[in-house]
Design a protein around this ligand. Structure first.
Ligand SMILES: Cc1ncc(COP(=O)(O)O)c(C=O)c1O
Length: 406
């Protein structure tokens, strides 16, 4: 072989590994903005608020105080204790310190958990619409994602009867994400109890309860942790949370989890051999956030609630668009069935939600994410974690885009 004709190759795992649609839309939005256009991006799921001052101060002090050595793999003790207290007081969940670990965001917890458990071909049941990382990560680590649709007429909640249809003896994981990204759905106590009942018949299934939007529930709704509603399943459940959404700290990269010691131990082995512990400075910030920032959370929640109502109001006036009232997180997930088959003012035929999102970006300079990225079409995911004035302007542009469809 002529060595000059070969080049270093990528792994086979990279085949079919696509850039998530959320990132792709944001990239295109950035390109258009760089060309001088006034682009509004509602494509990314991150709070628009600054991290609370007390968390920033704690990080600064930690840095000056020499908290700059390698942190323990499982998390610094003060943060683990704060997490333990949070689980007990807010959720009614008792976890021993060796049942808790801290990671570089909830995303790393997902990676660790799948890496620690999935064998080739194991099935991961992912209720759709879903956060895109669940199926991508499952596939990447040898698992087989299996969708189960949470329909709009069921308030985008998972129904036990639908779950039972997809569980098999190959199922290794069920993902539960309430409040949900991308729909904002908050699954009811009754739905969760019925889901637990089904899971009792499948004792080999782990449950990934992603509660990262827990604090963002509106209209007097309540968030329920599955491990509380079904304590007999607790030794199969990972209760996952983090600082990113609640405390407006996505860049600090702090996630945490409570779960069975056996699984946490395996996940720690993976973390110790990959990234090591999460940044010591970020952990100091997250500790302060958990102890002292309830008021900041309440203020942010009030703003999200106001914006949520504004979005709902704006979308309910658009013909051809349906919009359920989201009761949690900071997304709306309007349906655009009534727009399919029409043509935009710029001459683009709207055959699906991808066409809609692309035309909206090119013609009105508003970036949103097409529902197909989350496993349920034709919908759009719109993040309202943006300034009120910006949202108002975005809604006007979307309304204009819809009005001009023919
Ligand atoms: C449902 C859900 N889980 C987890 C994450 C990741 O959170 P982190 O920033 O802690 O990695 C996100 C971020 O978008 C999310 O939407």
């Amino acid at each position: 072989m002529n060595p000059l004709k070969t080049e270093p190759s990528l792994s086979l795992k990279m085949e079919g590994f696509e850039t998530p649609a959320t990132i792709a839309m944001s990239m295109r939005a950035r390109e258009l903005a760089a060309q001088g256009n006034d682009v509004i991006s509602l494509a990314l799921g991150q709070p628009d608020f600054f991290t609370p001052r007390m968390a920033c101060d704690a990080a600064y002090e930690a840095a000056l105080d020499g908290k700059t050595k390698y942190p323990p793999i499982d998390g610094v003790l003060s943060l683990k204790q704060a997490v333990q207290k949070k689980f007990k007081q807010e959720n009614g969940l008792e976890y021993a310190l060796d049942e808790i670990m801290v990671a570089n965001g909830a995303k790393q917890i997902l990676f660790n958990a799948f890496m620690a458990t999935l064998n080739e071909g194991d099935e991961v049941v992912v209720p759709a619409p879903y956060w895109t990382s669940y199926p991508i990560m499952a596939r990447f680590l040898g698992g087989k994602p299996v969708d189960v649709i949470c329909a709009e007429e069921n308030n985008f909640s998972l129904k036990a009867v639908d779950l039972r249809k997809v569980l098999t003896n190959k199922t290794k994981w069920l993902i539960i994400n309430s409040p949900s990204n991308p729909t904002g759905a908050v699954w009811s106590r009754q739905d969760l109890l019925e889901i637990a009942e089904v899971l009792r018949d499948f004792p080999q299934v782990w449950i990934f309860a992603d509660e990262i939007y827990e604090h963002l529930v509106f209209d007097g709704q309540e968030h329920y942790s599955l491990a509380v509603l079904a304590p007999d399943l607790k030794d199969r459940i990972l209760t996952v949370n983090g600082a990113s959404k609640t405390y407006a700290m996505p860049g600090w990269r702090v996630g945490y989890v409570g779960g069975p010691k056996r699984l946490i131990k395996a996940m720690l082995k993976i973390q110790s051999n990959s990234t090591s512990g999460a940044s010591s400075i970020s952990q100091a910030a997250a500790t302060a956030a958990l102890h002292h920032c309830d008021n900041d959370v309440a203020e942010m929640k009030e703003a999200y609630d106001r914006r949520r109502k504004m979005m709902k109001e704006a979308f309910s006036k658009m013909s051809g668009v349906t919009c359920a009232v989201p009761q949690g997180a900071f997304y709306v997930y309007p349906g655009i069935e009534g727009c399919i088959g029409k043509t935009s003012a710029g001459g683009r035929k709207i055959e699906n939600d991808q066409d809609f999102a692309e035309a909206l970006l090119e013609e009105q300079h508003v970036a949103v994410v097409p529902g197909h990225a989350f496993g349920l079409s034709p919908y759009l995911r719109i993040s309202y974690a943006a300034d009120d004035k910006v949202l108002e302007k975005a809604c006007k542009r979307i309304a204009q885009f819809v009005e001009r469809l023919q």
